[in-house]
Design a protein around this ligand. Sequence first.
Ligand code: IPM
Ligand code: MN
Length: 368
Amino acid sequence: MKSYNIAVIAGDGTGPEVIREAIKVLDAAGPKFRIKFNFTQYDLGGERYLRTKEVLPDSVIGELRKFPAILLGAIGHPGVKPGILEKGILLRLRFELEQYINLRPVKLYDERFCPLKGKKPEDIDFVVVRENNEGLYTGTGGFVFKGTPNEIAIQESVNTHRGVARCLRFAFELAQKRRGGKPWHGLKPEDIAAGKKSQLTLCGKTNVLTYAFDLWERVFHAIGDKDFKTVKLDYVHVDATTMWFVKNPEWFDVIVTDNLFGDIITDLGAMVQGGMGIAAGGNINPEGTSMFEPIGGSAPKYTGKGVINPLAAICAGQMMLDFLGETEAAQAIEAAVVKIAREKIKNLAAGKMGYTTAQVGDLVAAAL
Ligand code: IPM
Ligand code: MN
């Protein structure tokens, strides 16, 4: 029996409701796969901030470092000015725990959930590897002449060779493992059949951001040409990426991009896979503490009503197991989610599932 110590930050809004279901499903998987979880809850988020003015004490970061993984519900509170909790908790954890990868799978589990006409599960199955520690998220920049008509606001994108290279290397390794063999941008399926390569698409803006993405492109080719000969290198501008996500999502296998572009395209990705009710992500430090979350946010409108979809949080738990090396248990949870989504759930949106939040958790746990 293997046991894992997991930190839980249920957080704000609907966070606690969906995390409860994720834990229910993980606990249900435990005995079957001979694993045990010791969950430690951390009270962080808007309520604690309003009560104590504390956002994220340094001592808590020190404690969190001792866990292999954190399960996070949601951060964001209508009573707190935007930015305080997001930057003070979510981004600070991503940065201080050096979770330099934000991994966001985009997978369609049933044709009914896709807003795109004629797209089937086999058409929508790709992964976005978002750089998670640099870019426009570092807070570099500042104001000059603030509050005057001459005001200047500068916000700079930070791209270090080290940061770009480790992100690209992670993406190449993932692409090599997946070996999806999908038709890549501009080439025909027959070509792939002949070469049997998987594909990594760099999503950037080399035509305008001629410093940042020049670095990305050079390192992309340097690593790919040298160490990943079984991976086909592909490039798409970020604006075109949004177009192809809608028109030809089947072209993509693994996509790698910077922090802000990754933030934007993964919301679009979440929609093509059926919305925030199903979209999960992992903030990954392969050598340290990683953090898994449903990407939908705190949804104040639905808080406490028992109508929010817990499948995204359950999928975050599944990603966590996969990261911990519990591949079989992770696959079993995914299979249970797919079964329940296909056979039972009317609609993935909050309030339209045909079941309560807890009932969906029960159904997935039972399907295991
Ligand atoms: C996300 C969110 C965060 C981000 C916000 C809440 C800071 O949108 O996880 O995608 O921009 O990264
Ligand atoms: Mn986002």
